[in-house]
Write a protein that binds this ligand. Sequence first.
Ligand code: ZN
Ligand code: ZN
Length: 652
Amino acid sequence: ILTLRSACSPYRARCMEGQPQELRNPAAMENGTEPCGEERPSEAQETTVTEGAAKIAFPSANEVFYNPVQEFNRDLTCAVITEFARVQLAAKGIQIKVPGEKDVPKVVVNLSEQEEEKAELKEGANLAPGDQPRTAAVGEICEEGLRVLEGLAASGLRSIRFAREVPGLQSVVANDASARAVDLMCRNVQLNGVAHLVHPRQADARMLMYQHQKASERFDVIDLDPYGSPAPFLDAAVQAVSEGGLLCVTCTDMAVLAGNSGETCYSKYGAMALKSRACHEMALRIVLHSLDLRANCYQRFVVPLLSVSADFYVRVFVRVFTGQAKVKASASKQALVFQCVGCGTFHLQRLGKALGASGGRVKFSAACGPPVAPECGHCGQRHQLGGPLWAEPIHDLDFVGRVLEAVSTNPGRFHTSERIRGVLSVVTEELPDVPLYYALDQLSSTVRCSTPSLLQLRSALLHAGFRVSLSHACKNAVKTDAPSSALWDIMRCWEKVCPVKRERLSESSPAFRILSVEPRLQANFTIRDDANPSSRQRGLKRFQANPEANWGPRPRARPGGKAAGEAMEERRRLHQNKRKEPAEDPVQRAARLKTFPCKRFKEGTCQHGDQCCYSHSSPTPEDTAEVAPGDRPETPSQNPPGPGVATGPGVD
Ligand SMILES: [Zn+2]
Ligand SMILES: [Zn+2]
């Protein structure tokens, strides 16, 4: 546990003040009742923090209630729900008023053509010629507006921000299973003057959602932002979202999703994760697969609007629809991944085939495969099998374009607008029909040569007639529709420019095998103008470095309180000074920590269960390193770079 003051920026520290306030004792409450009743004052130190238009109080002894790094997640969510509300309410003839936007009626085109027709019909019904359009502003109840549920609301910050910053809401149910959290939430709702809109509830989020399965009682927006994995909540969530409604899900269990423990990933998400340089996008696609599969059980399916990998988590925004016929297409939207253990080349294998038949009908059949031979065609090694994962587009580019435009033209609305603009700009540049990617340095280190610049490699792909893009999920991603044979040909040509000493390569190495084949393609590395992505030319804030010293998911609330937190902080500081390497990728760090056995687990005293950052599997002979939980182990010695490896020119 960190103390907030040391963990956050000076900017935010100024917004906070310690102030003693009344704190109600947790009262015994019935499942699902509205608990904001009696007042039982007690003495406690409190801290308040301001984010967006909300001011949140929480006990100073327990800062787990506020994680400043997630501000980007909350800002982005406000932006997404606002655009969703704009579209949904336009269909009812209501125009939303967004703070900071000029009062010019925006032309709203609907997400789908079907809905467009509906919108015209309804507009005609609701709006007599010459009438002023009805409007909805923030902080007001909009009777025909969105019903929102935040399933795991903790301090209520997110829900209060929705109420104060997103127009067109009918109600926000802010639910948490913990009496302490609900208690805090009630006070924060009062503090922010949003009691008319935000309704705190104390219930198991699953039970609450199961009680709202009936079509008339569903929520238009459900936001799940749990500690760790949302997996236990997904079955209930896909049933409690209204038709075409919006489901927003955060996953912070990135070690699991990024291939550290494929079996655990399977048990939670129904897919094997692989260790891969494309692990961030793979994580997004595994979550989308899991959501679609669970929706399929109830004749429903998901349509992704936006899928973002940021900091230490992934976040997906999907719409949920119902349709027995369309659910049949879901199998062919998922794919297994074959990934070579030698050279990293991957191939996708769809789980089903959907073919257009006469009369606009679709014919479904079993897929044919596999797409690879038992041994990799490039390096002769074996393949690992991952997935199934979502193989269709992970964003609705039209919708993302709206969010991007709204945030770009109104940057004062959010503290993290600049970053939202950068990330969404790269999202709109991603090739929508090409799942996954290679990392630039992965390609060059596989053939043991120097690394070309991203511009050189992208130019070579474009000269050869292929498409290429970045990925918002990886700084030096090469996402391309070029077949792997063409990609390796380009690397073979690059090696001719910067030769590798063959005598230093083992004859069984992927580098030796790949380089002993002559390229059939003559790569041209002359820089092309269109090889430089627009988001890069414009210098947008696209890939953010770690924003603070000990950033990452906060641990659950623990009884240790502040003293324990300070001791931990002190220890972290000591250990941090010993670290010489630059900040590590959070996912890789989490995966690395998982390779150490948990000492407390061996003693039978570990309280963290699945959430523990160390391994709970029985130690194998090579697992000899031991660390005390809470201690940061020294980075294990990195493998020395292989022969012939040189650091290339700037990557990005
Ligand atoms: Zn290979
Ligand atoms: Zn443990």
